[in-house]
Design a protein. Sequence first.
Length: 116
Amino acid sequence: QVQLVESGGGLVQAGGSLRLSCAASGRSISYYAMGWYRQAPGKEREFVARISTSGGKTSYTDSVKGRFTISRDFAKNTVYLQMSSLRPEDTAIYYCNLTPPANDYWGQGTQVTVSS
């Protein structure tokens, strides 16, 4: 069983940056493609970014392309999401999970709030 703990969220002005972390425990996530997801108030949870098992391939939802970067550190068993040029519409709770996501692995998420 894998436990995923997200951190790094906060309140930031539009145009600012944040780096989110997803620390895994329980077992190595090296064998899994990992992703970031987000859920804005009143909306369904949506896919944000994905990174392959090797870390060599990444993909993003169109709205964050060129602004967000997903990466992983195998030694730390951690996945990151570097977010730049943040917009108010990026406000959401951000979660990490496998891709495709596993229901049992959803954590508490980390709140990102972008003020205009």
